[in-house]
Design a protein around this ligand. Structure first.
Ligand code: EPZ
Length: 426
């Protein structure tokens, strides 16, 4: 049982340090398997999904040691190609192991990935790309088995800029012989993070930051050290908290250069944003202006901040409209926001919201990671006490949302038991 209690209507003021990127570090941890050696990753967020990925890497024969925010991976002992079922089902990122295990061990067996229930989330684009590179894929509706005596570089055309598929193709391409060209690649900042990490190990990739990536495969890799950038979704979440609760907060280590669409939306909602000396400062007086946005692949508005902006729109001074175009079931939190007094109508993938202020404290339930964070944002603008149950979802991606928002003057407390990670020495 895990519950966050929040006393609402407290303006925020102060500084919050932004953790390392969850969606940046997870593919990097998987990509480390491509090299047999020692990899050091810094600014690692201490979150459940990182512990889960460490458990998986250890079960495959690697050694992991997390000291503070520095993760030391020793991948020389990699010997197993079967991803453990329990951990594999716990998060979507377990699918990231397909490419590296095929590249390093020429074989992989894994369950279908788990993760937030925000839609069907098939992996057909991953599998068809790996087949084009020479992998033999079989399995059933439960598991995927793949074999590749040799991966060969080729041209891959993605019909949708899938982040995960782009990441799997990149990792397989580094191990493949020859050149792989990815047309229609995802352009999320996390793709650039993975490319920069692979370059640190000795890979050669052209077109980084664009929708066309060319990988020169088969190069010898070497040990490396890498620093994970700040988490743009966590930073966007706390911007949402300032917009909903009002106040004046500076975010330290926020990757502002990868938050263009988020900052635009915040400014349109009336938030004054200032960027100075690696501090992203946000000031909000009064209620936010109504929101009108539509999610899509980067650089469009991130689907991962849709729930947070939905929460902000619940207290806006007017009618808002939010269209979700990436995950077909990402409005589950709307029902819980309505229990906090919000007025939301969902029609054909679009939320229509009539803002009101304040909301009213209540007991609500988190159904997924970002929806849970959105409930925290909404509760900050609710009268009285709110309780958010099943908030373990939030711990998957946020180091400590209570610690962070308390640092800015919010009144929250957490009650529950989170599983830590048994430290191992490398
Ligand atoms: C990554 O998920 C992120 N997760 C998600 O963040 C993020 O919402 C998403 O990218 C989009 O930005 C991680 O990085 C761990 P996709 P991913 O493949 O790779 C469809 C969070 O809250 N699709 O770009 O799974 C899919 O169903 C999480 O941190 C296929 O149809 O996203 C979806 O509709 C949630 N076939 C769309 O593409 C495929 O083979 C986007 O998926 C793959 C995807």
């Amino acid at each position: 049982m895990s519950v966050i209690r929040i006393q609402g209507l407290q303006r925020l003021h102060g500084e919050i340090s932004i953790q390392g990127s969850k969606n940046g570090v997870l593919p990097v941890m998987a990509a480390a398997l491509l090299h047999s050696g020692i990899v050091v990753i810094k600014n690692v967020p201490v979150i459940q999904d990182v512990f889960c990925m460490m458990d998986i890497l250890e079960s495959l024969g690697c050694r992991c040691c997390l000291e503070g925010h520095t993760l030391i991976l020793d991948t020389r002992g990699l010997c197993c190609w079967q991803v453990p079922e329990e951990e594999g089902r716990r998060m979507r990122s377990s699918v990231m192991l397909l490419g590296p295990l095929l590249g390093r061990l020429h074989q992989v067996s894994t369950c279908y990935p788990g993760g937030c229930s925000i839609g069907r989330r098939p992996i057909d684009l991953h599998l068809s790309a790996l087949e084009q590179m020479g992998a033999k894929i079989c399995g059933d509706e439960e598991r995927v088995e793949a074999f590749a005596g040799k991966l060969c570089g080729t041209d891959i055309r993605l019909c949708f800029p899938s982040v995960g598929a782009t990441e799997n193709i990149l990792m397989a391409a580094v191990a493949a012989e020859g050149i792989t060209r990815i047309y229609g690649a995802a352009m999320e900042p996390e793709i650039e993070v993975l490319c920069r990490f692979l370059e640190t190990l000795g890979a050669k990739i052209d077109g980084i930051g664009t929708g066309f990536l060319q990988v020169h495969g088969g190069r010898t890799l070497h040990d490396g050290e890498f620093v994970v950038p700040g988490d743009r979704i966590v930073a966007g979440t706390y911007l949402g908290a300032v917009m909903a609760a009002g106040g004046d907060v500076c975010l330290l280590g926020a990757p502002a250069d990868h938050m263009g669409e988020t900052l635009d939306a915040a400014r349109k909602a009336g938030c004054v944003i200032e960027w100075k000396e690696n501090r992203l400062c946000a000031k909000m007086d009064g209620r936010p202006r109504p929101v009108s946005l539509s999610t899509g692949p980067y650089p469009e508005f991130s689907t991962d901040l849709q729930s947070v902006m939905l929460a902000v729109s619940c207290v806006a001074s007017g009618e808002s409209k939010i269209q979700e175009n990436v995950f077909e079931e990402r409005f589950a939190t709307a029902g819980e926001l309505i229990r906090l007094g919000a007025e939301i109508r969902i029609e054909r993938g679009t939320a229509f919201v009539r803002g009101k202020y304040p909301l009213r404290g209540n007991c609500v339930q988190a159904f997924d990671l970002r929806g849970g964070a959105a409930l925290v944002v909404a509760a900050l603008a609710a009268e009285g006490e709110s309780q958010i149950h099943d908030c373990f979802y939030i711990c998957r991606g946020y180091e400590d949302i209570c610690r962070d928002l308390t640092a800015a003057g919010a009144r929250l407390s957490f009650k529950g038991d989170e599983i830590g990670y048994e430290e191992n020495t490398v």
